[in-house]
Design a protein. Structure first.
Length: 514
């Protein structure tokens, strides 16, 4: 069901809630909170000041901040100024920051005192930057974010009504190469709210969300920023995910919705089992996206807590979501659900583009209002990805006869062993069911006769881990050619903020254990 009233200019949504629930807390973090009335006023002030600082329609403004209320205010103000928000991870390296600032030609960078010096040092590499606003600077300092937010500007906010123009450049996680800037509109992002987060998850003004998601990712921007504003919900923003802190907050019973990635739910369950806890007080639903949810984790989590853990599939180029599982008896565990309303989905042969039958594995391609406008300044990459109106995801999938979709891997992650295709996710699902494995990942490594073979990287739960027993477990549940050739025991699996495995870093991590 489409909740069309949620698809509107950001300014309209903010004014709506300022009138209907002005004193309600919209967002809070460990330091401060902002009500809906304050959020509307402060973002209007900031948007007007951005215009006075020379930010024109379509100009880019970078958000280089940790998760915080200020992050949300910055993002909404940029959109209200008619500009384009460019989120950058607060933990990005200098080279990553420089690349994004120069690639997007950002005019202003919003950051913290601790990072201002780094940004200043990068201005020679990013000459487009003309101003740096510091969120934690005293209000009487030049460039103080707080002063601009509190003080009406000489110019009113532009408050564009065209929600089809680019409003965000979200850089891809870079798991398969150099990051690309994905151009997304308010319409594409709010469409996901209107057909997924609100009707399927049930997100509404009655909810209080605890969000551990990194806001610079599309999943968090969609769910933890724009969907909160669209629905009038309230949210507590964790600066960084910590199982201990998340557990402490959850015990208060004030939160009703918890979004996360599979690893977050894994660690929450581990902690609960260790402490003998069996409930998540107040939580009515958990939501997972960003990475494949193992069926075993999903079932075990729901069995342990009695709370639905709904997962789906999406990527940055589709404004986060393409499919979603609803809390119904027809849900297929291990799948990522059904296509969202208004989204067309096909599974095709990657070479011939022939549509495949149910159960056959092929490339997932998507068409719909949630698909990106293109890649910033990369027309050739855009043309490769967007063909005849269809976005070619590069992800491998299969669908059953009822339309439930299961993601099996990525075309570029495929391990081709002696002509046999191996999807890493299939091996990982089996390995995660082994009792002494806490986390794992699989990547292909060269082999002189077979071309490639699967290598397994494991985070052991404790000292009882036995790699030979794990290999026997794999032999029991996998075809012989899919059994890992080597096992590496590592301290952690490298992942992006959204939970995706960074496979090219695996090969650098450890020596083989067998």
């Amino acid at each position: 069901m489409l909740k069309a009233d949620l698809i509107a200019p950001v300014s309209e949504l903010l004014r709506r809630h300022a009138v209907e629930r002005g004193t309600k807390v919209a967002f809070r973090d460990a330091q401060r909170h902002v009500t809906y009335a304050e959020l509307e006023r402060r973002t209007a002030n900031l948007a007007g000041h951005f215009a006075n600082l020379g930010v024109g329609p379509g100009d880019r403004v970078a958000i280089f901040l940790p998760n915080s209320v200020a992050w949300v205010e910055s993002c909404l103000a940029i959109v209200r100024a008619g500009a384009v928000a460019v989120p950058i991870s607060a933990e990005a390296s200098a080279s990553e920051i420089s690349y994004r600032l120069s690639d997007a030609a950002c005019r202003i960078v919003i950051t913290t005192t601790s990072h201002a010096g780094m940004v200043e040092g990068l201005r020679s590499e990013a000459p487009s930057v003309v101003d740096i606003l510091v969120v934690d600077a005293p209000s009487d300092d030049v460039g103080s974010f707080a002063a601009l937010a509190d003080m009406p500007a000489a110019s009113p906010p532009r408050d564009p009504v065209d929600i089809d123009a680019a409003s965000f450049i979200i850089y891809t996680s870079g798991t398969t190469g150099r990051a690309k800037g994905v151009l997304l509109s308010c319409r594409s992002m709010l469409w996901v709210t209107a057909v997924c987060w609100a009707p399927v998850v049930g997100l509404s003004a009655e909810d209080t969300v605890l969000s551990p998601l990194p806001l610079f990712h599309s999943y968090a921007l969609s769910f933890s920023v724009l969907s909160i504003v669209a629905t009038g919900a309230s949210e507590y923003i964790l600066e960084k995910y910590s199982t201990r802190e998340a557990t402490r907050l959850l015990e208060s019973g004030e939160f009703s919705v918890l979004p996360g990635v599979p690893t977050i739910f894994h660690y929450l369950m581990e902690a609960a089992q260790a402490e003998g806890r069996k409930t998540l007080p107040g939580i009515r639903v958990c939501v997972s996206a960003g990475a494949i949810m193992p069926a075993a984790l999903n079932s075990t989590f729901e069995g342990a807590f009695g709370v639905p853990l709904l997962d789906g599939y999406g990527i940055t180029e589709t404004s986060t979501m393409v499919t979603m599982n609803a809390a119904s008896s027809s849900r297929v565990m291990g799948s990522c659900g059904l296509p969202l309303p208004g989204v067309a989905l096909r599974i095709v042969d990657p070479v011939s583009l022939r549509d495949l039958e149910p159960g056959e594995e092929g490339e997932l391609i998507v068409r719909g209002p949630n698909v990106m406008l293109g890649y910033h300044n990369q027309p050739e990459e855009t043309a490769k990805a967007l063909r005849n109106g269809w976005y070619h995801t590069g992800d491998l999938a299969k669908a059953d006869r009822n339309g439930f979709v299961t993601i099996t891997g990525r075309l570029k992650e495929l391990i081709i062993r002696g002509g046999q295709n191996i999807a890493p996710a299939e091996i990982e699902e089996v390995v995660l069911a082994f009792a002494s494995v806490l986390d794992c990942a699989v990547a292909g490594i060269p082999h002189p006769q077979l071309g490639e073979v699967p290598a397994l990287y494991v985070v052991a739960r404790d000292a009882s881990f036995d790699d030979q027993a794990l290999i026997e477990h794999c032999r029991l549940h996998l075809s012989s050619y899919k059994v890992p050739h080597v096992v590496h025991q590592v301290d952690e699996i490298p992942r992006t903020g959204s939970g995706k495995i960074i496979r090219f870093r695996l090969k650098e991590m450890a020596q083989p254990q067998i």
